[in-house]
Design a protein around this ligand. Sequence first.
Ligand SMILES: Nc1ncnc2c1ncn2[C@@H]1O[C@H](COP(=O)(O)OP(=O)(O)OP(=O)(O)O)[C@@H](O)[C@H]1O
Length: 274
Amino acid sequence: MTTPERIQDPDTSSAGAPTPSAIASSLVLQNLGISFGSKQVLRDVNLDVQPGQFVALVGPSGAGKSTLLRLVNGSHRPTNGTVSVLGVNPSTCGRRNLQRLRTRVGFVFQQFGLVGRLSAMENVLMGTLGSLRMPRYGISTYPKTLREKAVANLERVGLLDQRFQRCDTLSGGQQQRVAIARTLMQDAEIVLADEPVASLDPSASLAVLNTLKRLSAEDGFTVICSLHQVDLALQVSDRVVAVRNGSLILDTRTSDTSEEALRAIYEEAKGTRS
Ligand SMILES: Nc1ncnc2c1ncn2[C@@H]1O[C@H](COP(=O)(O)OP(=O)(O)OP(=O)(O)O)[C@@H](O)[C@H]1O
């Protein structure tokens, strides 16, 4: 494997800050690999992410970014190596603990994952279903505290006025912000975002990512966000991790890389395909 450029955690490198060992990592990947049949999709991935970091995961199509995120939330089991998310190994923790872990890990998808015919408010409330014993139908069936929390979270993503609007009548950027508000209902400690702005125009994309960045800074949750737009990755992340052909080829503080360097990763991949 190509040894990626290593970084020291920006939050722990300054004088007076706690040492890295004093902070429990949000995510640790060790020698992680996965194959589907004879196809090796990820190999020897090592990563240690500290709480509150905003990590942009970049790399060409098919590099293995979504697979990596799915390994982190326990949707895939590794073929080699280990995953530790908030100190839990999702592939060995058992079904109940996996469910518990998933309430601590939010997932934001490219296609938003909302129920279009329901209002923004009801979609946001659905973020709490994992913690409720009974299924709920309609806003009024949720406890008042959760309804108040949903309103507060919609306000935090700038959608208070649209809270009763059907999701399929909202713009793409607004829908993604509803999805983020839904994740806030979980009080997630890590948010995994898989190309969350792939279907949005550049200005809506930046607005959505800035919202995620602000919320992460306010609440302290960690973000691992796969992105193809390297300019956006540079604008919002603290750290950039690049994957190519299943290997982690770059791991750097965002301020230590450049748009040219990141674009080159895509250009080199084009070269190997042609
Ligand atoms: N369940 C699966 N079975 C077989 N192959 C798979 C499976 N999941 C992913 N792959 C393969 O793994 C490779 C990496 O896919 P992945 O979706 O992780 O890439 P990606 O970097 O997220 O790409 P993109 O940027 O286009 O979303 C692809 O070749 C894909 O076909």
